[in-house]
Ligand binder design. Sequence first.
Ligand code: SF4
Ligand SMILES: [Zn+2]
Length: 179
Amino acid sequence: MIDPFEHWQEQAACAKPANRDKIELFFSNKKADQRAAKDICWTCPVMTQCIKSALENKHIEGVWGGLDSRQIRRTLSVNWDGQEIRRKRFPKCPSCDARTLDLITKTVERPNGGRWATMRVVECTDCGFEWQSRTSANAVDAYHAQRAERMIRAEKDIAKKRAASRRKKAASAKKSEPK
Ligand code: SF4
Ligand SMILES: [Zn+2]
């Protein structure tokens, strides 16, 4: 059986004869060149497979799957050397741009074994895209924990306000009672 993920490169828009002379755009530092490279990605039938491969193989230089190097490093939470760093911002889905609210984390088996039997992945509930990054997964978990805390605090505040208003009403009703 042909594995579509293995043969996706054959359909790459950047490998088409018409685009072969534009390959330097993909590795340029100029924003305009990167934009032109991304425009080619947006016509590419295998963009999702390309983003996935770039994230899994830490291609942190150049434009891959419509993302530039900065976006790829931010998604993976890695620095210029490819080392994992603590994220400053919550992640977005690299495939559809969905916000952290739509991202969940899960633990899955590592396909190639290795030192650990399992790995943490982030999944976008909006488009189904999934990527592997421990620090991104930690950031998503932290986001949901903070959000839950904020909601509990907001509910407590509402309950307090309601109780205060009930007390106020009861006090004023008592005052207006005929003596
Ligand atoms: S998404 Fe972009 S970089 Fe990836 S294969 Fe397609 S054109 Fe090339
Ligand atoms: Zn998505």
